[in-house]
Design a protein around this ligand. Sequence first.
Ligand SMILES: [Zn+2]
Length: 320
Amino acid sequence: MTTWTDPIDGRIGDRPLSLATPSGIDRAAHHRMDEAWLAAAWSHPTTRVFVVSGGRVLIDETSDGSTELVMTPSFEAPLTESHRYFLGTDDDGVSYFALQKDSLPGRMDQSARPAGLREAGLLLSPRDAGLMVHAVALENWQRLHRFCSRCGERTVIAAAGHVRRCPACGAEHYPRTDPAVIMLVTDDEDRALLGRQMHWPEGRFSTLAGFVEPGESIEQSVRREVLEEAGVVVGEVDYVASQPWPFPSSLMLGFMARALSSEITVDGEEISEARWFSRDELGAAFESGEVLPPYGISIAARLIELWYGKPLPKPTTAAI
Ligand SMILES: [Zn+2]
């Protein structure tokens, strides 16, 4: 059995998974219900706050050329018409909060600019990317769960953004995470199965992926998705690594999977085209531009690299 697993420090092989790299932030969940502690932390001069709105934040370039989340002291971050999420503390005792607002603050006089996670996740430090992915995931969940799923009443935010409570029936609702599987399937000739989703541009191929269904193990989900999307039967399934994927609320579970059959029949609904690639074929297809490598914050590129044995070439047009 091949051992692919190398998720230590959020890495696959020698490259980090941008959204899974340890952020150095202690989420300090025990403080979330402690209003006195939260109030003191909020007003502390070292506390740092950023605004999240519609999945976007403000980022800025520093003098050394790196990119950082735009954060301010709390006294510069008015609480009016916003929701406050406590995200945790760092080793120096600095507390971090996100404010969810209807819009990002205007910073047009400076170089700061708005960015979503797909862009910022590639640019920010592990600390800032970790803070952002936490805030975006909370915002997505809050936005879609404003009403009690038990009685239908409007719910209110509690636990510094990590719970929604129903004043009518007393139910507590917690942020949900939907597991999704993403897998690189290889065959007896060590070729890789890559597919093109219906809505992707011509030439863009990547790993197959799909949601775990109720009453299903993740291994069953890998086998079902590959069979449904490409008609290929999968046997052995090896877990590799995971990454948060708050678009809007998934957790991507990455696998290497071994095919027991090689004939491809695409479903024509999610996948329009699927092909087996040897390493040489894929390298040549990248070189000629026939195939566009997956790129970006997704674990897909890392799974393909793990099999390919070296970094994938950078595409001419950046896309997921
Ligand atoms: Zn209720």
